[in-house]
Design a protein around this ligand. Structure first.
Ligand code: GLN
Length: 453
């Protein structure tokens, strides 16, 4: 009830939610009944959870921020949602996002932007700005996001929250409306590293319904966070800092906060090691070919027949399909479908998609070489603090360049965390520090994050 009250009080300004769960109080009462009946529900039972609208739910609409799915009700829950319900988490509602998770500001939502609770004239990050803003504004204690190129970590950075992109395959994608299947991962957005670990423990682990789900047995990430909070994990930790990452593209307060965080780590016994990752900076270029290519294929299923919207157009099946996709998709989605189908077309495939895949391999090798020398890599989570609404909306390239530090982790499949590292000196807005670890070493990020928190 307290969270519903908070949503009623502030969400008119913040607009973090697309839909508030009318059944939330009933679900909470049901947790009480299950507990009274002796069911062992675990540590998060009864805690409210905000769910990014990219995750399908049976009792609330799932739009992925698009008009083409307006009012769509899924016949099944995403695996992460089903696991959350089983653990007694109470779905509070569905959060706003850039349409089909394409964007870094939530301004590409077909339902209007979300505002950053720190300054309502600024963006909450994207694509998962709704989840991050809900957590930052105390509308929800925990949220789920998805991260294809930074959509959990960059919103965490600009809202002073914690966001984790798990190892690719560590959390089920079943029921996560696909953007780019080789890059997408679902993960937690919270106010503390321990909270993220508690949520990750609930949603993670093998799912036979996701063909890319890893069969590994995972350690408890909540335990890893508790271990980190007890201290001394920074002692002797080798922290890699990328030599080629150009200082110049970063806002002064972001670089300043990053260097201050490194100094704190060093004072606690960490060793800062300069590493070379020469292909890191080509990540944006490779990603914005690979992502549109996969997205153009994934979005082909919105054909006016199988899901959602169908316009009243008359004519052939193709006429109806074209009219529906024209009316249902926003500009950014259309831009990426055009880019993707172009990059995949005969004659251009090798030059664009093929080259991008080679760059992806080179970035993976950079990571392999770096992780032979260091335990984690540290970067600022994004180049700037929250920019103003409208500032980059007409300049896609500037919007894309905001993802320079987050994208490489998705291309390589490695896990990443963004935790708050303070406020930027010049504008007083939140800044995050990102840590990356080798694939399957998510627990290391929880230990390091909780130690520095
Ligand atoms: N900014 C990235 C993009 O627009 C992030 C996408 C994501 O992680 N969902 O593609």
């Amino acid at each position: 009830q307290a969270h519903l009250d908070r949503i009623a009080a502030v969400d008119g300004d913040v607009h973090a939610f697309l839909h508030v769960n009318a059944g939330a109080l009933d679900a909470a009462a049901d947790i009480d009944r299950r507990r009274a009946a002796g069911e062992d529900l675990g540590p998060v039972a009864g805690v409210p959870l905000a769910i990014k609208d990219v995750l399908v739910t049976t009792d609330m609409p799932s739009t992925s921020g698009s008009k083409i799915l307006e009012g769509y009700l899924s016949p099944f829950d995403a695996t992460v949602v089903a696991r959350a319900r089983a653990a007694g988490l109470v779905p509070l509602g569905k959060t706003n996002m850039d349409e089909f998770a394409m964007g870094s500001s939530t301004e590409h939502s077909a339902y209007g932007p979300t505002h950053n609770p720190w300054d309502l004239d600024r963006i909450p990050g994207g694509s998962g700005g709704g989840s991050a803003a809900a957590v930052a504004a105390f509308e929800a204690p925990l949220a789920l996001g998805s991260d294809t190129g930074g959509s959990i970590r960059q919103p965490a950075h600009v809202t002073g929250t914690v966001g984790i992109k798990p190892t690719y395959g560590g959390v089920s994608r079943y029921g996560a409306i696909a953007l780019a299947s080789s890059l997408d991962q679902v993960g937690p957005v919270t106010r503390t590293v321990l909270d993220a670990g508690l949520l990750h423990d609930v949603i993670g682990g093998h799912d036979p319904r996701d063909s890319t789900s890893l069969t590994d047995a995972w350690p408890s990430f909540a335990d890893a966070a508790r271990e980190g909070a007890r201290g001394d994990v920074l002692k002797g930790l080798k922290v890699g800092v990328i030599a080629e990452l150009p200082d110049s593209g970063f806002q002064a307060g972001v670089s300043g906060s990053f260097r201050a965080a490194l100094a704190v780590m060093e004072a606690q016994g960490a060793e800062i090691v300069e590493i070379s990752a020469p292909h890191f900076e080509y990540g944006v270029a490779a990603y914005y070919l690979i992502l549109p290519a996969e997205a153009s294929s994934n979005l082909a299923k919105f054909d006016s027949v199988r899901f959602g919207l169908r316009t009243q157009a008359v004519g052939t099946v193709e006429d109806v399909m074209a009219a529906t996709r024209d009316a249902g998709f926003g500009d950014e989605v259309k831009r990426r479908i055009i880019l993707g189908t172009y990059a995949l077309s005969a004659g251009y495939y090798d030059a664009y998609y093929g080259s991008a895949q080679k760059v992806r391999t080179l970035i993976q090798r950079d990571f392999d070489e770096a992780f032979a020398r260091v335990d984690v890599i540290a970067t600022p989570s994004a180049p700037t603090t929250a920019f103003r609404l409208g500032e980059k909306i007409d300049d896609p390239l500037q919007m894309y360049l905001n993802d320079v530090t987050t994208i490489p982790a998705n291309l390589a499949g490695v896990p990443g965390i963004s935790i708050p590292s303070g406020l930027a000196a010049e504008d007083g807005l939140p800044v995050g520090i990102q840590f990356l670890a080798p694939a399957r070493e998510d627990a290391r990020l929880y230990r390091v994050g909780a130690a520095l928190e």
